[in-house]
Write a protein that binds this ligand. Structure first.
Ligand code: 2M8
Length: 437
C-alpha cells in the first residue's frame, strides 16, 4: 500500500467536501454539517491544517441550542432528503440565525478538541479551550440533566438518528415491536412500499439496497414527528417514548468524552460543577448495567422496561473505546473480536455475519465503517492489544487505499458501498495512516 498516495487522496476528498469552514459528509447525499462527522473530519484535518481543524469545531458549536444541546445537523445550502422534517420542527431553543435538527448525535467534541489541542502550542491551546469550555460543559450537562432522569450515569436516546447507527438491528427491532403505527403496517401490507420507494430522494444517490429499507425509513420519520409534536420536551418524551434506548455505543463515547472534558477543564483550571462531576463518576461503572453475564456481551437497553435488547451490534465492542471497563473485560472483548474477525475478510462488521439482519452492503446492518474501526482501534491500543489494533488498522487502510474513501465496505469481500468521497472515511484513514507504523 502506498501511504503517501492514500493520504493525498484523503486530502483531496476533504478539500472537495469543504463548504467554507465546515465539511459536508459527502457530495449530493449529505450536504449539511453533521455533529460526529465534523468531529472525525477535524481529527483528520489536524495533521495538515490545524486552523481549519479548529474552525470545523468552532462551527459545530455555533449550532448549540440555548438549553445546551448540540444538534446532529446544522443546515447548509444543498437539498437533503429529510430537510422538510426539520423545517417543520423549528424550536425557540435553536440559534436565531440557523436551522438545525432537534436531536443530537454521538458526543465526540471533547475527543476532537483534545486531539487538536495536542498539536497546538500551549498558549493557543489553552485560549481555544477557554473559548469553548462553557459550551462543552453545557452540552455534557444537558445530556445528563435531560437524558439521565434516573441519575444512574447512562443517557437515553430518543431516536435512532441520535445513535449515528441509524438502522442498527436493536433499534429497528425495538421500533417494529413496540411502536409501528397501524397505517405503516397496513401500507406495507397493501404493497405500497414500491410507490414509496419511488418517492425517496436518498436513493437517487445510493442504490436502495445499500440504504435503510423504505418501511424503516418511514418509521424514523414518524418518530421525528413525535419529537416535534412534543416540542422536544425531553422529560415528557422519556416518560412516553416506547423506543427510548440506553445505547451502548453512545454511552461508551460519552464516557470517553467525559474523560477528555476533565482533561480540558483541569488544564485551564475550570471546575466541573459538583453534580456533573458526580454523574460522570457514576458513568464510569454504568456500562456494567448493559453487560449480559450469560451471553458475555454488551447490549443496548430499553429505557422504559430496563431490559437488555439482545441484538448484537458493533456497539458491543465500543466499551473498549470508553476506557471504563476492567482489563479483564477488555481482554474478553478483544478475544471475542479476534474470533469474529476470522470469519470475515475485512474488519469489523457492523452486525455479526451470523445475525439474521446481516446484509453486507446495507448501511448499519452489516458493512464495515471506518469510524467504528477507528474507535475500536483506539480502545484496543489503550488496553495494550497493539497487535490486534495494528491488524485492523492495516486492513482498514487497505480498503480505503484500494477503493477510495467510500461510506462503508463489505466485510465479506471489501467491495465499497454507500456514498463515494465520504469525509470521515477520508479523515480517519488519514489519521490512521499518520499515527500507525
Ligand atoms: C447517516 O445518518 C443520516 C441521518 O442523520 C442519514 O441517514 O441521512 C448516519 O450514517 C450518521 O451516522 C451520519 O452522521 C450521517 C452523515 O454521514 O449519515
Amino acid at each position: 500500500m502506498n501511504k503517501r498516495k492514500l493520504i493525498e487522496q484523503c486530502e483531496i476528498t476533504l478539500k472537495q467536501n469543504d463548504v467554507g469552514g465546515w465539511t459536508r459528509p459527502a457530495p449530493g447525499l449529505y450536504p449539511h454539517q453533521w455533529l460526529w462527522d465534523s468531529c472525525f473530519v477535524a481529527i483528520g484535518l489536524r495533521h495538515y491544517d490545524i486552523n481549519r481543524a479548529q474552525l470545523e469545531i468552532d462551527n459545530l458549536f455555533r449550532g448549540q441550542w440555548s438549553n445546551g444541546m448540540i444538534p446532529h445537523i446544522i443546515q447548509g445550502k444543498g437539498d437533503y432528503y429529510a430537510d422538510q422534517l426539520w423545517n417543520n420542527g423549528r424550536s425557540d431553543l435553536m440559534p436565531k440565525d440557523l436551522l438545525t435538527s432537534g436531536i443530537t448525535q454521538p458526543p465526540l467534541l471533547a475527543e476532537a478538541m483534545v486531539l487538536i489541542g495536542e498539536k497546538l502550542p500551549t498558549k493557543k491551546r489553552q485560549g481555544w479551550y477557554r473559548q469553548h469550555i462553557n459550551q462543552l460543559l453545557a452540552y455534557h450537562e444537558w445530556l445528563y440533566r435531560e437524558r439521565d432522569p434516573h441519575q444512574v450515569g447512562l443517557v437515553a436516546l430518543l431516536h435512532p438518528w441520535e445513535s449515528g447507527l441509524d438502522n442498527s438491528p436493536s433499534w429497528m427491532k425495538q421500533i417494529h415491536k413496540h411502536h409501528k403505527p397501524l397505517w405503516i403496517s397496513v401500507g406495507a401490507g397493501l404493497g405500497l412500499t414500491g410507490l414509496l420507494e419511488k418517492m425517496r430522494k436518498d436513493t437517487h444517490f445510493v442504490p436502495a439496497r445499500e440504504r435503510i429499507g423504505t418501511i424503516d425509513a418511514l418509521l424514523l420519520y414518524y418518530h421525528v414527528r413525535k419529537l416535534i409534536v412534543a416540542h422536544y420536551d425531553n422529560k415528557k418524551l422519556l416518560k412516553s417514548s416506547r423506543i427510548a434506548t440506553e445505547d451502548v455505543a453512545y454511552n461508551s463515547i460519552l464516557i470517553r468524552a467525559n474523560q477528555h472534558l476533565r482533561t480540558i477543564a483541569a488544564e485551564i483550571n475550570v471546575e466541573i460543577p459538583g453534580w456533573l462531576h458526580e454523574r460522570m463518576r457514576k458513568a464510569q461503572s454504568a456500562l456494567d448495567m448493559l453487560w449480559d453475564e450469560n451471553e458475555h456481551m454488551y447490549f443496548d437497553r430499553d429505557f422504559r422496561r430496563q431490559t437488555l435488547l439482545h441484538e448484537p451490534t458493533i456497539g458491543r465492542y465500543l466499551p473498549l473505546y470508553s476506557g471504563a471497563v476492567s482489563k479483564k473485560r477488555a481482554d474478553q472483548l478483544a478475544h471475542e473480536l479476534q474470533k469474529e474477525l476470522s470469519g470475515t475478510l475485512y474488519p469489523i462488521a457492523s452486525v455479526p455475519i451470523t445475525s439474521p439482519y446481516f446484509s453486507h452492503h446495507r448501511y448499519w446492518q452489516g458493512p464495515t465503517w471506518v469510524n467504528t474501526n477507528w474507535m475500536i482501534i483506539d480502545g484496543l491500543k489503550r488496553y495494550g492489544h497493539t497487535e490486534l489494533a495494528q491488524s485492523i488498522t492495516t486492513r482498514t487502510l487497505e480498503l480505503v487505499s484500494i477503493h477510495g474513501p467510500y461510506e462503508y465496505f463489505s466485510p465479506i469481500d471489501g467491495t465499497p458501498a454507500g456514498a463515494h468521497q465520504f469525509s470521515w472515511s477520508a479523515a480517519l484513514a488519514l489519521d490512521l495512516a499518520k499515527t500507525s507504523q
